[in-house]
Ligand binder design. Structure first.
Ligand code: MG
Ligand code: MG
Length: 619
Protein backbone atom coordinates (compact mmCIF):
# COMPACT_ATOMS: atom_id res chain seq x y z
CA UNK A 1 0.00 0.00 0.00
CA UNK A 2 1.34 3.43 -0.96
CA UNK A 3 0.58 5.71 1.97
CA UNK A 4 -0.23 9.42 2.09
CA UNK A 5 -1.81 11.90 4.48
CA UNK A 6 -3.38 15.32 3.98
CA UNK A 7 -1.48 18.02 5.86
CA UNK A 8 -4.78 19.23 7.36
CA UNK A 9 -4.79 16.08 9.50
CA UNK A 10 -2.06 17.13 11.92
CA UNK A 11 -0.93 20.17 13.89
CA UNK A 12 1.93 22.59 13.32
CA UNK A 13 3.42 24.66 10.55
CA UNK A 14 3.61 23.13 7.08
CA UNK A 15 7.31 22.34 7.21
CA UNK A 16 6.97 20.75 10.66
CA UNK A 17 3.99 18.73 9.45
CA UNK A 18 5.94 17.46 6.44
CA UNK A 19 8.88 16.44 8.62
CA UNK A 20 6.55 14.55 10.99
CA UNK A 21 4.82 12.87 8.04
CA UNK A 22 8.14 11.76 6.57
CA UNK A 23 9.46 10.59 9.95
CA UNK A 24 6.36 8.43 10.44
CA UNK A 25 7.17 6.68 7.15
CA UNK A 26 4.53 7.96 4.75
CA UNK A 27 5.23 7.83 1.00
CA UNK A 28 3.43 11.06 0.20
CA UNK A 29 1.35 14.00 1.41
CA UNK A 30 -1.59 16.03 0.15
CA UNK A 31 -0.94 19.72 0.52
CA UNK A 32 -3.87 21.57 1.98
CA UNK A 33 -4.08 25.06 0.54
CA UNK A 34 -4.46 26.82 3.91
CA UNK A 35 -1.23 25.22 5.12
CA UNK A 36 0.56 26.66 2.09
CA UNK A 37 -1.00 30.10 2.57
CA UNK A 38 0.15 30.26 6.17
CA UNK A 39 3.75 29.08 5.76
CA UNK A 40 6.70 31.45 5.55
CA UNK A 41 8.22 29.17 2.89
CA UNK A 42 7.53 29.60 -0.84
CA UNK A 43 5.83 26.86 -2.84
CA UNK A 44 9.19 26.09 -4.47
CA UNK A 45 10.84 25.73 -1.07
CA UNK A 46 8.07 23.36 0.03
CA UNK A 47 8.62 21.32 -3.14
CA UNK A 48 12.34 21.15 -2.37
CA UNK A 49 11.64 20.12 1.22
CA UNK A 50 9.29 17.35 0.08
CA UNK A 51 11.92 16.08 -2.37
CA UNK A 52 14.54 16.13 0.37
CA UNK A 53 12.19 14.21 2.69
CA UNK A 54 11.32 11.71 -0.04
CA UNK A 55 7.62 12.61 0.03
CA UNK A 56 5.50 12.54 -3.13
CA UNK A 57 3.00 15.39 -3.43
CA UNK A 58 -0.11 13.27 -3.93
CA UNK A 59 -2.60 16.11 -4.36
CA UNK A 60 -3.20 19.83 -3.87
CA UNK A 61 -6.56 20.64 -2.34
CA UNK A 62 -9.28 21.81 -2.25
CA UNK A 63 -10.80 23.62 -5.21
CA UNK A 64 -14.44 24.46 -4.57
CA UNK A 65 -17.49 25.49 -6.58
CA UNK A 66 -16.26 24.96 -10.14
CA UNK A 67 -18.96 23.14 -12.08
CA UNK A 68 -22.47 24.12 -13.09
CA UNK A 69 -22.18 27.89 -12.64
CA UNK A 70 -24.08 30.38 -14.83
CA UNK A 71 -21.91 31.88 -17.64
CA UNK A 72 -20.84 35.06 -15.83
CA UNK A 73 -19.54 33.17 -12.78
CA UNK A 74 -18.18 30.35 -14.90
CA UNK A 75 -15.46 32.48 -16.49
CA UNK A 76 -14.26 33.62 -13.09
CA UNK A 77 -14.28 30.08 -11.73
CA UNK A 78 -12.04 28.88 -14.56
CA UNK A 79 -9.72 31.87 -14.04
CA UNK A 80 -9.41 30.79 -10.42
CA UNK A 81 -8.61 27.29 -11.63
CA UNK A 82 -5.72 28.60 -13.75
CA UNK A 83 -4.30 30.45 -10.73
CA UNK A 84 -4.34 27.20 -8.75
CA UNK A 85 -2.43 25.49 -11.55
CA UNK A 86 0.19 28.25 -11.29
CA UNK A 87 0.67 27.47 -7.59
CA UNK A 88 0.77 23.75 -8.30
CA UNK A 89 3.47 24.23 -10.92
CA UNK A 90 5.65 25.86 -8.26
CA UNK A 91 4.74 23.19 -5.75
CA UNK A 92 5.46 20.31 -8.11
CA UNK A 93 1.91 18.99 -7.64
CA UNK A 94 0.17 17.42 -10.62
CA UNK A 95 -3.24 16.51 -9.16
CA UNK A 96 -5.88 19.02 -8.01
CA UNK A 97 -8.90 18.05 -5.92
CA UNK A 98 -12.14 19.52 -7.24
CA UNK A 99 -14.98 19.05 -4.74
CA UNK A 100 -18.54 18.88 -6.02
CA UNK A 101 -20.09 22.33 -5.90
CA UNK A 102 -21.96 23.67 -2.89
CA UNK A 103 -22.63 27.03 -4.51
CA UNK A 104 -26.26 28.17 -4.29
CA UNK A 105 -25.79 29.47 -7.85
CA UNK A 106 -24.70 26.10 -9.23
CA UNK A 107 -27.12 24.57 -11.73
CA UNK A 108 -27.82 20.88 -11.80
CA UNK A 109 -27.99 20.62 -15.59
CA UNK A 110 -26.16 17.41 -16.36
CA UNK A 111 -24.82 18.39 -19.77
CA UNK A 112 -23.35 21.54 -18.27
CA UNK A 113 -21.71 19.53 -15.46
CA UNK A 114 -20.14 17.10 -17.94
CA UNK A 115 -18.97 19.95 -20.19
CA UNK A 116 -17.44 21.86 -17.25
CA UNK A 117 -15.57 18.80 -16.01
CA UNK A 118 -14.26 18.10 -19.52
CA UNK A 119 -13.17 21.75 -19.75
CA UNK A 120 -11.33 21.38 -16.41
CA UNK A 121 -9.63 18.32 -17.92
CA UNK A 122 -8.58 20.33 -20.98
CA UNK A 123 -7.18 23.15 -18.88
CA UNK A 124 -5.30 20.71 -16.62
CA UNK A 125 -3.89 18.75 -19.57
CA UNK A 126 -2.59 21.98 -21.14
CA UNK A 127 -0.48 22.43 -17.98
CA UNK A 128 0.57 18.79 -17.72
CA UNK A 129 -1.74 18.33 -14.73
CA UNK A 130 -4.81 16.35 -13.73
CA UNK A 131 -8.06 17.02 -11.90
CA UNK A 132 -9.72 14.64 -9.45
CA UNK A 133 -13.45 15.10 -8.85
CA UNK A 134 -14.90 14.24 -5.44
CA UNK A 135 -18.57 14.07 -4.44
CA UNK A 136 -19.00 15.85 -1.11
CA UNK A 137 -21.74 14.28 1.02
CA UNK A 138 -23.29 17.77 1.24
CA UNK A 139 -22.71 18.76 -2.41
CA UNK A 140 -25.57 20.76 -3.91
CA UNK A 141 -26.29 18.60 -6.94
CA UNK A 142 -23.62 15.91 -6.76
CA UNK A 143 -23.29 14.19 -3.37
CA UNK A 144 -22.89 10.52 -4.24
CA UNK A 145 -19.77 8.90 -5.72
CA UNK A 146 -21.94 6.98 -8.18
CA UNK A 147 -23.11 10.26 -9.71
CA UNK A 148 -19.57 11.73 -9.63
CA UNK A 149 -18.27 8.63 -11.40
CA UNK A 150 -21.00 8.80 -14.04
CA UNK A 151 -20.04 12.44 -14.80
CA UNK A 152 -16.31 11.64 -14.95
CA UNK A 153 -16.98 8.64 -17.18
CA UNK A 154 -19.16 10.67 -19.54
CA UNK A 155 -16.77 13.63 -19.65
CA UNK A 156 -14.25 11.01 -20.79
CA UNK A 157 -11.11 13.12 -20.50
CA UNK A 158 -7.71 11.55 -19.80
CA UNK A 159 -6.78 14.34 -17.36
CA UNK A 160 -10.03 14.00 -15.41
CA UNK A 161 -10.57 11.28 -12.82
CA UNK A 162 -12.37 10.48 -9.61
CA UNK A 163 -11.34 10.93 -5.97
CA UNK A 164 -13.08 8.56 -3.57
CA UNK A 165 -13.36 9.55 0.08
CA UNK A 166 -14.59 6.97 2.59
CA UNK A 167 -16.43 9.55 4.66
CA UNK A 168 -18.55 10.93 1.83
CA UNK A 169 -19.51 7.47 0.63
CA UNK A 170 -20.04 5.67 3.92
CA UNK A 171 -21.68 8.53 5.84
CA UNK A 172 -24.41 8.43 3.21
CA UNK A 173 -24.59 4.65 3.36
CA UNK A 174 -23.70 4.20 -0.33
CA UNK A 175 -23.10 0.48 -0.92
CA UNK A 176 -19.42 -0.30 -1.44
CA UNK A 177 -20.38 -2.79 -4.15
CA UNK A 178 -20.98 0.27 -6.41
CA UNK A 179 -17.20 0.84 -6.44
CA UNK A 180 -17.00 -2.20 -8.73
CA UNK A 181 -18.30 0.01 -11.59
CA UNK A 182 -15.34 2.41 -11.35
CA UNK A 183 -12.34 1.93 -13.66
CA UNK A 184 -9.08 1.75 -11.70
CA UNK A 185 -7.23 3.99 -14.20
CA UNK A 186 -9.84 6.71 -13.60
CA UNK A 187 -9.56 6.52 -9.81
CA UNK A 188 -6.89 9.18 -9.23
CA UNK A 189 -6.75 9.09 -5.42
CA UNK A 190 -8.38 7.31 -2.49
CA UNK A 191 -8.93 9.35 0.67
CA UNK A 192 -9.65 7.50 3.84
CA UNK A 193 -10.88 8.21 7.33
CA UNK A 194 -13.11 6.57 9.89
CA UNK A 195 -15.83 8.18 12.01
CA UNK A 196 -18.15 7.26 14.85
CA UNK A 197 -21.73 6.63 13.73
CA UNK A 198 -23.60 9.83 14.59
CA UNK A 199 -26.95 11.18 13.61
CA UNK A 200 -26.03 14.72 12.62
CA UNK A 201 -25.47 16.94 9.60
CA UNK A 202 -22.81 15.66 7.19
CA UNK A 203 -20.72 18.82 7.25
CA UNK A 204 -20.40 19.05 11.07
CA UNK A 205 -19.84 15.32 11.32
CA UNK A 206 -17.08 15.42 8.72
CA UNK A 207 -15.37 18.55 10.05
CA UNK A 208 -15.14 17.50 13.68
CA UNK A 209 -15.48 13.73 14.05
CA UNK A 210 -13.31 12.15 11.38
CA UNK A 211 -10.75 9.80 12.90
CA UNK A 212 -8.18 7.20 11.87
CA UNK A 213 -9.21 3.86 10.36
CA UNK A 214 -9.98 1.55 13.29
CA UNK A 215 -10.91 4.38 15.67
CA UNK A 216 -14.48 4.79 14.42
CA UNK A 217 -17.32 2.62 13.24
CA UNK A 218 -17.52 2.97 9.43
CA UNK A 219 -17.51 -0.33 7.49
CA UNK A 220 -14.06 0.36 6.03
CA UNK A 221 -12.98 -3.25 5.43
CA UNK A 222 -15.63 -3.87 2.77
CA UNK A 223 -15.03 -0.45 1.25
CA UNK A 224 -11.25 -0.98 0.99
CA UNK A 225 -11.75 -4.49 -0.35
CA UNK A 226 -14.01 -3.14 -3.11
CA UNK A 227 -11.29 -0.65 -4.09
CA UNK A 228 -8.56 -3.30 -4.10
CA UNK A 229 -10.77 -5.57 -6.20
CA UNK A 230 -10.97 -3.11 -9.12
CA UNK A 231 -7.14 -3.12 -9.20
CA UNK A 232 -6.42 0.32 -7.72
CA UNK A 233 -2.72 0.66 -6.95
CA UNK A 234 -2.39 4.37 -6.17
CA UNK A 235 -1.94 6.09 -2.80
CA UNK A 236 -4.26 5.63 0.15
CA UNK A 237 -4.38 9.06 1.70
CA UNK A 238 -5.64 9.89 5.18
CA UNK A 239 -7.80 12.99 5.29
CA UNK A 240 -8.76 13.59 8.91
CA UNK A 241 -10.46 16.71 10.19
CA UNK A 242 -10.49 16.39 13.95
CA UNK A 243 -9.97 19.10 16.55
CA UNK A 244 -8.41 16.60 18.94
CA UNK A 245 -5.72 15.63 16.45
CA UNK A 246 -4.88 19.22 15.76
CA UNK A 247 -4.41 19.62 19.52
CA UNK A 248 -2.08 16.61 19.70
CA UNK A 249 1.58 16.19 18.84
CA UNK A 250 2.30 16.12 15.09
CA UNK A 251 4.72 13.21 15.30
CA UNK A 252 2.41 11.10 17.47
CA UNK A 253 -0.61 11.70 15.25
CA UNK A 254 1.40 11.01 12.08
CA UNK A 255 2.62 7.72 13.53
CA UNK A 256 -0.94 6.78 14.53
CA UNK A 257 -1.95 7.61 10.96
CA UNK A 258 0.59 5.28 9.43
CA UNK A 259 -0.37 2.57 11.94
CA UNK A 260 -4.04 2.97 11.03
CA UNK A 261 -3.30 2.55 7.29
CA UNK A 262 -1.31 -0.62 8.02
CA UNK A 263 -4.26 -1.84 10.08
CA UNK A 264 -6.63 -1.05 7.21
CA UNK A 265 -4.36 -2.87 4.79
CA UNK A 266 -4.47 -6.01 6.91
CA UNK A 267 -8.19 -5.68 7.65
CA UNK A 268 -9.44 -3.73 10.68
CA UNK A 269 -11.95 -6.29 11.81
CA UNK A 270 -10.16 -9.32 10.43
CA UNK A 271 -7.81 -11.33 12.60
CA UNK A 272 -5.85 -12.60 9.61
CA UNK A 273 -4.56 -10.21 6.99
CA UNK A 274 -6.13 -10.87 3.62
CA UNK A 275 -3.26 -9.37 1.69
CA UNK A 276 -0.53 -11.07 3.73
CA UNK A 277 1.05 -7.68 4.40
CA UNK A 278 0.88 -7.79 8.18
CA UNK A 279 1.42 -10.61 10.69
CA UNK A 280 -1.74 -11.87 12.33
CA UNK A 281 -3.19 -9.97 15.29
CA UNK A 282 -1.81 -11.26 18.57
CA UNK A 283 -4.39 -13.11 20.66
CA UNK A 284 -4.04 -12.46 24.38
CA UNK A 285 -5.40 -15.33 26.46
CA UNK A 286 -5.26 -13.53 29.79
CA UNK A 287 -3.59 -11.01 32.08
CA UNK A 288 -0.58 -12.89 33.44
CA UNK A 289 0.39 -10.22 35.96
CA UNK A 290 0.16 -6.58 36.93
CA UNK A 291 3.33 -4.95 38.24
CA UNK A 292 3.40 -2.05 40.69
CA UNK A 293 6.36 0.22 41.19
CA UNK A 294 6.63 1.37 44.81
CA UNK A 295 9.07 2.69 47.36
CA UNK A 296 9.69 0.29 50.28
CA UNK A 297 7.36 2.39 52.49
CA UNK A 298 4.59 2.45 49.86
CA UNK A 299 5.02 -1.28 49.33
CA UNK A 300 4.07 -1.83 52.98
CA UNK A 301 0.85 0.20 52.61
CA UNK A 302 -0.04 -1.44 49.31
CA UNK A 303 0.72 -4.85 50.85
CA UNK A 304 -1.72 -4.16 53.71
CA UNK A 305 -4.44 -3.41 51.18
CA UNK A 306 -3.66 -6.46 49.06
CA UNK A 307 -3.64 -8.66 52.14
CA UNK A 308 -7.14 -7.43 53.01
CA UNK A 309 -8.19 -8.48 49.51
CA UNK A 310 -6.87 -11.98 50.23
CA UNK A 311 -3.49 -11.72 48.45
CA UNK A 312 -0.36 -13.17 50.03
CA UNK A 313 3.31 -12.48 49.28
CA UNK A 314 4.27 -15.91 47.99
CA UNK A 315 7.77 -15.47 46.60
CA UNK A 316 10.73 -13.16 46.21
CA UNK A 317 12.55 -12.49 42.94
CA UNK A 318 15.83 -14.34 42.44
CA UNK A 319 17.94 -11.19 42.50
CA UNK A 320 15.76 -8.07 42.73
CA UNK A 321 13.66 -6.28 45.31
CA UNK A 322 10.51 -7.67 43.75
CA UNK A 323 7.77 -9.70 45.46
CA UNK A 324 5.14 -11.89 43.83
CA UNK A 325 1.68 -11.62 45.41
CA UNK A 326 -0.90 -14.29 44.61
CA UNK A 327 -4.58 -14.87 45.10
CA UNK A 328 -5.94 -17.93 43.30
CA UNK A 329 -4.84 -17.50 39.69
CA UNK A 330 -4.13 -13.76 40.03
CA UNK A 331 -0.53 -12.54 40.07
CA UNK A 332 0.53 -9.10 41.23
CA UNK A 333 4.13 -8.02 41.46
CA UNK A 334 5.49 -5.22 43.65
CA UNK A 335 8.78 -3.83 42.43
CA UNK A 336 10.88 -1.82 44.91
CA UNK A 337 14.12 -1.86 42.92
CA UNK A 338 16.23 1.24 43.57
CA UNK A 339 16.96 1.63 39.84
CA UNK A 340 15.52 0.75 36.44
CA UNK A 341 12.20 1.54 34.84
CA UNK A 342 10.04 0.70 37.88
CA UNK A 343 12.07 3.05 40.06
CA UNK A 344 11.84 5.87 37.51
CA UNK A 345 8.13 5.25 37.36
CA UNK A 346 7.80 5.50 41.13
CA UNK A 347 9.82 8.72 41.21
CA UNK A 348 7.66 10.34 38.51
CA UNK A 349 4.22 8.99 39.39
CA UNK A 350 4.46 7.65 42.94
CA UNK A 351 3.46 4.06 43.65
CA UNK A 352 1.47 2.85 40.65
CA UNK A 353 1.15 0.23 37.93
CA UNK A 354 4.29 0.30 35.79
CA UNK A 355 3.66 -2.81 33.69
CA UNK A 356 1.02 -5.27 32.62
CA UNK A 357 1.87 -8.77 31.40
CA UNK A 358 -0.42 -10.36 28.83
CA UNK A 359 -0.29 -14.08 28.11
CA UNK A 360 0.00 -14.91 24.40
CA UNK A 361 0.40 -18.05 22.38
CA UNK A 362 2.61 -16.50 19.69
CA UNK A 363 4.98 -13.95 21.19
CA UNK A 364 7.35 -13.74 18.16
CA UNK A 365 4.31 -13.13 15.92
CA UNK A 366 3.10 -10.37 18.24
CA UNK A 367 6.52 -8.73 18.18
CA UNK A 368 6.74 -8.77 14.41
CA UNK A 369 3.25 -7.27 14.19
CA UNK A 370 4.34 -4.56 16.65
CA UNK A 371 7.35 -3.85 14.45
CA UNK A 372 5.18 -3.62 11.33
CA UNK A 373 2.89 -1.17 13.16
CA UNK A 374 5.91 0.77 14.41
CA UNK A 375 4.99 0.14 18.04
CA UNK A 376 8.20 0.66 20.02
CA UNK A 377 9.74 -2.31 21.79
CA UNK A 378 11.29 -1.75 25.17
CA UNK A 379 14.58 -3.41 26.03
CA UNK A 380 15.59 -3.38 29.65
CA UNK A 381 18.90 -4.70 30.89
CA UNK A 382 18.45 -8.35 31.85
CA UNK A 383 20.77 -9.99 34.37
CA UNK A 384 22.86 -13.01 33.29
CA UNK A 385 20.46 -15.56 34.74
CA UNK A 386 17.18 -13.66 34.28
CA UNK A 387 14.25 -14.76 32.16
CA UNK A 388 13.88 -12.29 29.29
CA UNK A 389 10.28 -11.16 28.72
CA UNK A 390 9.79 -9.03 25.60
CA UNK A 391 7.78 -5.85 26.02
CA UNK A 392 6.43 -2.86 24.13
CA UNK A 393 5.68 0.64 25.38
CA UNK A 394 2.11 1.04 26.56
CA UNK A 395 -0.07 3.76 28.06
CA UNK A 396 1.82 6.56 29.80
CA UNK A 397 5.25 5.01 29.26
CA UNK A 398 4.31 1.83 31.13
CA UNK A 399 5.24 -1.54 29.67
CA UNK A 400 3.14 -4.21 28.09
CA UNK A 401 4.95 -7.51 28.61
CA UNK A 402 4.24 -10.34 26.21
CA UNK A 403 4.34 -13.58 28.18
CA UNK A 404 4.59 -16.89 26.36
CA UNK A 405 1.62 -19.05 27.41
CA UNK A 406 3.64 -22.25 26.99
CA UNK A 407 6.41 -21.29 29.41
CA UNK A 408 4.63 -19.06 31.91
CA UNK A 409 4.87 -21.52 34.80
CA UNK A 410 8.56 -22.07 34.11
CA UNK A 411 9.04 -18.29 34.05
CA UNK A 412 7.51 -17.86 37.51
CA UNK A 413 9.47 -20.75 39.00
CA UNK A 414 12.69 -19.46 37.53
CA UNK A 415 12.23 -15.82 38.42
CA UNK A 416 10.74 -16.23 41.91
CA UNK A 417 12.57 -19.14 43.60
CA UNK A 418 12.52 -17.81 47.17
CA UNK A 419 9.27 -18.97 48.78
CA UNK A 420 7.53 -16.76 51.34
CA UNK A 421 3.97 -17.37 52.56
CA UNK A 422 1.47 -19.94 51.26
CA UNK A 423 -1.59 -18.67 49.39
CA UNK A 424 -4.75 -18.01 51.36
CA UNK A 425 -8.30 -19.15 50.50
CA UNK A 426 -9.46 -17.86 47.08
CA UNK A 427 -12.48 -15.58 46.98
CA UNK A 428 -11.42 -13.87 43.73
CA UNK A 429 -11.26 -15.73 40.43
CA UNK A 430 -9.35 -13.44 38.07
CA UNK A 431 -8.69 -9.97 36.68
CA UNK A 432 -11.91 -8.75 35.12
CA UNK A 433 -10.72 -5.43 33.73
CA UNK A 434 -8.02 -2.79 34.01
CA UNK A 435 -9.11 0.85 33.82
CA UNK A 436 -6.64 3.31 32.30
CA UNK A 437 -7.07 7.06 32.41
CA UNK A 438 -5.51 9.41 29.92
CA UNK A 439 -5.65 12.84 28.33
CA UNK A 440 -8.63 13.30 26.08
CA UNK A 441 -6.23 13.90 23.16
CA UNK A 442 -4.54 10.52 23.71
CA UNK A 443 -7.73 8.55 24.03
CA UNK A 444 -8.12 7.54 20.37
CA UNK A 445 -4.41 6.88 20.08
CA UNK A 446 -4.37 4.23 22.82
CA UNK A 447 -7.56 2.71 21.54
CA UNK A 448 -5.83 2.28 18.16
CA UNK A 449 -2.76 0.83 19.91
CA UNK A 450 -4.79 -1.99 21.44
CA UNK A 451 -7.01 -2.83 18.48
CA UNK A 452 -4.18 -2.72 15.94
CA UNK A 453 -1.72 -4.90 17.88
CA UNK A 454 -4.09 -7.33 19.56
CA UNK A 455 -7.14 -9.32 18.58
CA UNK A 456 -9.40 -7.03 20.61
CA UNK A 457 -12.48 -5.05 19.64
CA UNK A 458 -13.80 -1.81 21.01
CA UNK A 459 -17.19 -1.14 22.53
CA UNK A 460 -19.17 2.01 21.60
CA UNK A 461 -17.93 5.22 23.23
CA UNK A 462 -19.84 6.34 26.31
CA UNK A 463 -19.99 9.67 28.01
CA UNK A 464 -20.06 9.46 31.78
CA UNK A 465 -21.11 12.33 34.02
CA UNK A 466 -18.45 13.11 36.60
CA UNK A 467 -19.58 15.63 39.24
CA UNK A 468 -16.98 18.00 37.73
CA UNK A 469 -17.47 17.35 34.00
CA UNK A 470 -17.88 14.77 31.28
CA UNK A 471 -15.59 11.77 30.93
CA UNK A 472 -15.40 9.77 27.75
CA UNK A 473 -15.12 6.03 28.24
CA UNK A 474 -14.63 3.09 25.93
CA UNK A 475 -13.56 -0.51 26.45
CA UNK A 476 -11.31 -2.71 24.31
CA UNK A 477 -11.79 -6.40 24.97
CA UNK A 478 -11.08 -9.86 23.61
CA UNK A 479 -14.04 -11.80 22.23
CA UNK A 480 -13.99 -14.18 25.20
CA UNK A 481 -13.57 -11.38 27.78
CA UNK A 482 -10.24 -12.84 28.97
CA UNK A 483 -8.61 -9.41 28.64
CA UNK A 484 -10.51 -6.16 29.05
CA UNK A 485 -9.25 -2.61 29.29
CA UNK A 486 -11.46 0.39 29.90
CA UNK A 487 -10.05 3.69 28.64
CA UNK A 488 -11.17 6.99 30.14
CA UNK A 489 -10.41 10.49 28.94
CA UNK A 490 -11.68 13.83 30.13
CA UNK A 491 -11.64 17.37 28.84
CA UNK A 492 -12.97 18.91 32.05
CA UNK A 493 -9.97 19.98 34.11
CA UNK A 494 -11.58 19.19 37.48
CA UNK A 495 -13.14 15.81 36.69
CA UNK A 496 -11.73 12.89 38.65
CA UNK A 497 -10.04 11.59 35.48
CA UNK A 498 -8.32 14.90 34.85
CA UNK A 499 -7.26 15.30 38.46
CA UNK A 500 -5.88 11.78 38.29
CA UNK A 501 -3.74 12.77 35.31
CA UNK A 502 -2.58 15.98 36.98
CA UNK A 503 -1.70 14.27 40.25
CA UNK A 504 -0.18 11.32 38.54
CA UNK A 505 1.78 13.27 35.95
CA UNK A 506 0.40 11.35 33.00
CA UNK A 507 -1.79 8.53 31.84
CA UNK A 508 -1.97 5.33 33.82
CA UNK A 509 -3.96 2.63 35.57
CA UNK A 510 -6.66 4.08 37.78
CA UNK A 511 -8.36 0.92 38.90
CA UNK A 512 -8.12 -2.85 38.70
CA UNK A 513 -11.27 -4.95 38.85
CA UNK A 514 -11.11 -8.51 40.14
CA UNK A 515 -13.83 -10.98 39.30
CA UNK A 516 -15.34 -13.18 41.95
CA UNK A 517 -17.75 -16.11 41.89
CA UNK A 518 -19.64 -14.83 44.96
CA UNK A 519 -19.27 -11.10 45.53
CA UNK A 520 -21.08 -11.18 48.88
CA UNK A 521 -18.63 -13.73 50.27
CA UNK A 522 -15.65 -11.91 48.73
CA UNK A 523 -16.72 -8.54 50.16
CA UNK A 524 -17.43 -10.04 53.59
CA UNK A 525 -13.96 -11.57 53.65
CA UNK A 526 -12.34 -8.29 52.56
CA UNK A 527 -14.29 -6.24 55.14
CA UNK A 528 -13.40 -8.74 57.88
CA UNK A 529 -9.76 -8.38 56.83
CA UNK A 530 -9.98 -4.60 57.16
CA UNK A 531 -10.46 -3.28 53.61
CA UNK A 532 -11.59 0.34 53.46
CA UNK A 533 -14.61 0.60 51.25
CA UNK A 534 -16.19 3.33 49.19
CA UNK A 535 -19.48 4.24 50.90
CA UNK A 536 -22.53 4.38 48.66
CA UNK A 537 -25.44 6.65 49.72
CA UNK A 538 -28.71 5.10 50.88
CA UNK A 539 -30.63 7.01 48.16
CA UNK A 540 -28.95 4.81 45.58
CA UNK A 541 -30.50 1.67 47.09
CA UNK A 542 -33.96 3.22 47.37
CA UNK A 543 -33.75 4.00 43.68
CA UNK A 544 -32.53 0.47 42.84
CA UNK A 545 -35.54 -0.97 44.58
CA UNK A 546 -37.90 1.28 42.66
CA UNK A 547 -36.16 0.73 39.33
CA UNK A 548 -35.71 -3.03 39.26
CA UNK A 549 -38.20 -4.28 41.83
CA UNK A 550 -35.50 -6.31 43.57
CA UNK A 551 -36.28 -8.30 46.71
CA UNK A 552 -35.81 -6.22 49.89
CA UNK A 553 -33.35 -8.71 51.38
CA UNK A 554 -31.14 -8.49 48.27
CA UNK A 555 -31.22 -4.69 48.47
CA UNK A 556 -30.25 -4.90 52.15
CA UNK A 557 -27.47 -7.38 51.40
CA UNK A 558 -26.04 -4.94 48.84
CA UNK A 559 -26.61 -1.79 50.91
CA UNK A 560 -24.90 -3.21 53.99
CA UNK A 561 -21.83 -4.04 51.91
CA UNK A 562 -21.83 -0.99 49.58
CA UNK A 563 -22.32 -3.21 46.54
CA UNK A 564 -23.57 -1.55 43.36
CA UNK A 565 -25.89 -3.24 40.90
CA UNK A 566 -26.60 -3.00 37.17
CA UNK A 567 -28.80 -4.95 34.86
CA UNK A 568 -29.10 -5.49 31.13
CA UNK A 569 -32.19 -7.54 30.35
CA UNK A 570 -31.78 -10.63 32.51
CA UNK A 571 -28.00 -10.13 32.82
CA UNK A 572 -26.78 -8.78 36.16
CA UNK A 573 -23.63 -7.04 37.40
CA UNK A 574 -22.47 -6.49 40.98
CA UNK A 575 -19.66 -4.07 41.86
CA UNK A 576 -17.77 -3.13 45.00
CA UNK A 577 -15.09 -0.44 45.25
CA UNK A 578 -12.27 -0.01 47.73
CA UNK A 579 -10.98 3.39 48.75
CA UNK A 580 -7.95 4.55 46.82
CA UNK A 581 -4.43 3.49 47.59
CA UNK A 582 -1.87 6.31 47.77
CA UNK A 583 -4.59 8.67 46.46
CA UNK A 584 -4.22 7.07 43.07
CA UNK A 585 -5.18 3.48 42.38
CA UNK A 586 -8.25 1.70 43.71
CA UNK A 587 -9.62 -1.80 43.38
CA UNK A 588 -12.99 -3.09 42.33
CA UNK A 589 -14.62 -6.47 42.87
CA UNK A 590 -17.19 -7.53 40.29
CA UNK A 591 -19.47 -10.44 39.68
CA UNK A 592 -20.98 -10.92 36.23
CA UNK A 593 -24.07 -12.96 35.51
CA UNK A 594 -24.00 -13.00 31.68
CA UNK A 595 -23.40 -9.25 31.80
CA UNK A 596 -21.09 -7.77 29.14
CA UNK A 597 -20.67 -4.11 30.19
CA UNK A 598 -18.85 -2.24 32.94
CA UNK A 599 -21.62 -0.70 35.02
CA UNK A 600 -21.61 2.67 33.22
CA UNK A 601 -24.92 3.55 34.90
CA UNK A 602 -23.16 3.36 38.27
CA UNK A 603 -20.11 5.37 37.27
CA UNK A 604 -21.63 8.75 38.28
CA UNK A 605 -22.54 7.27 41.70
CA UNK A 606 -19.00 5.96 42.16
CA UNK A 607 -17.43 9.24 40.96
CA UNK A 608 -19.63 11.29 43.28
CA UNK A 609 -18.76 9.01 46.22
CA UNK A 610 -15.05 9.42 45.43
CA UNK A 611 -15.45 13.17 45.05
CA UNK A 612 -16.72 13.28 48.66
CA UNK A 613 -13.38 11.80 49.71
CA UNK A 614 -11.55 14.20 47.46
CA UNK A 615 -9.00 15.36 50.06
CA UNK A 616 -8.11 11.73 50.74
CA UNK A 617 -8.23 10.39 47.21
CA UNK A 618 -6.92 13.18 45.09
CA UNK A 619 -5.76 16.55 46.27
MG1 MG B 1 -12.00 14.33 0.85
MG1 MG C 1 -14.57 -0.74 36.54
Amino acid sequence: MKTSIATVSISGTLDAKLRAIAAAGFDGAEIFENDLLSTHLSAREIAALMAELGLACTMFQPFRDLEGLPDANRVRAFDRLERKFDVMAELGADLLLVCSSCSPQALGDRERLVADLAEAGDRAAARGMRVGYEALAWGRHVNDHREAWALVRDADHPALGLVLDSFHSLARGIPSSSIGDIRADKLFLVQVCDAPLLDMDYLGWSRHFRCMPGQGELPLDDWAEAIRRIGYDGHWSLEIFNDRFRAGSASGIALDGLRSLRLLEGGITRAVSTSGCLPEKARPTGVEFIEFAASPAEAVTLGTMLRALGFRPTARHRSKEVIRWQHGTINLVINCEPEGLAHSFDVVHGASVCAIGLTLEDVPGALSRADALRIARFNQAVGPDEWPIPSVRGVGGSLLYLVDAATREAMWTHEFPHMLEPMGPATLSGIDHIAQTMQFEEFLSWQLFYVSLLAMTKTPQLEIADPMGLVQSQAVETADGAVRFTLNGSLASQSLSSRFIQNYFGAGVQHIAFSCPDIFAAVDAAIAAGIERLEIPRNYYDDLEARWGLAPDLIEAMASRDILYDRDGEAEYFQFYTRAFARRVFFELVQRRDYAGYGAANAPIRLAAQARHKPEILD
